[in-house]
Design a protein around this ligand. Structure first.
Ligand code: ZN
Length: 196
C-alpha cells in the first residue's frame, strides 16, 4: 500500500521515534508497514524512508539506492558523491557512530520537504548498529552517499530534518537548483556573495 508522505510542519516529523521490541518487529503489522514503506519509497521515488515520514513515530527505516537511479546521473556526479547501489534493507532501533568527523558537502533533499534542496555537510564515514526486519543484529560500515543516506534517515528518528543542518544560504527549489546550481562547485553555492 502506498502511504501518504507527511510534509514538514506535521508534528510527527519533530517527535522522537520510539524503539520497537523484538515481538513488535516480528508482528505482522510491522512486517506490513515495512512492505508499505518499501512501496512508498519506490513510488516517490526516494532512496530512504523513515517511519515518522508516513506518520508512525517508530525507529524504523527502509533504504535502497537502485542501480537504475544511479545510471541516470552524470558519471562525474556519481563519482564525486561516491554513490553506489545499495540493496533494499531495513534498520530498526539504529545507533549511529561517526567514524570520521570530516564532512562532505552536497545538495540533498527530503520527501518530507517537497520541492526544495540544500547543501548539507555530512560525515564521510559512519557505523550503524541496528536490528533488521527479522530482529537480527546488524552492523553496517558505510561511506560516501550511503553514509549520507544513513545519517539523513536516522536523523528523522530523532525528529531532525536536513533543514536543521543545511548551509541555509544554499536552500533552493528543485527548479532553481537545475537552473543555476547543479553544475556549480558546492563551494560557489554556499559562498555568501554568490547568493547575496
Ligand atoms: Zn528525509
Amino acid at each position: 500500500m502506498i502511504l501518504k508522505i507527511r510534509q514538514v510542519g506535521e508534528p510527527v516529523l519533530r517527535q522522537k521515534a520510539r524503539p520497537l521490541s523484538i515481538d513488535e518487529i516480528l508482528d505482522r503489522s510491522t512486517q506490513e508497514l515495512i512492505e508499505s514503506m518499501r512501496e512508498t519509497m519506490h513510488d516517490a521515488p526516494g532512496v530512504g524512508l523513515a517511519a515518522p515520514q508516513v506518520g508512525f513515530p517508530l525507529q524504523l527505516v527502509v533504504i535502497e539506492d537502485q542501480l537504475e537511479f544511479i545510471q541516470k546521473l552524470p558519471a562525474e556526479q556519481v563519482a564525486e558523491r561516491e554513490r553506489k547501489p545499495v540493496p533494499f534493507h531495513v534498520l530498526v532501533n539504529p545507533k549511529l557512530t561517526l567514524l570520521i568527523t570530516e564532512s562532505a558537502q552536497f545538495f540533498e533533499g527530503c520527501l518530507s520537504v517537497a520541492g526544495f534542496t540544500a547543501v548539507v555537510p555530512r560525515a564521510k564515514k559512519v557505523r550503524v548498529e541496528c536490528l533488521n526486519e527479522k530482529a537480527a543484529p546488524v552492523t553496517i560500515d558505510a561511506e560516501g552517499w550511503y553514509a549520507r543516506i544513513l545519517q539523513h534517515e536516522i536523523d528523522h528518528l530523532g525528529g531532525v530534518l536536513y533543514v536543521d543542518r543545511m548551509s541555509s544560504r544554499s536552500l533552493c527549489t528543485h527548479e532553481n537548483y537545475a537552473r543555476y546550481w547543479k553544475d556549480q562547485p558546492v563551494a560557489e553555492v554556499t559562498k555568501p556573495d554568490k547568493l547575496g
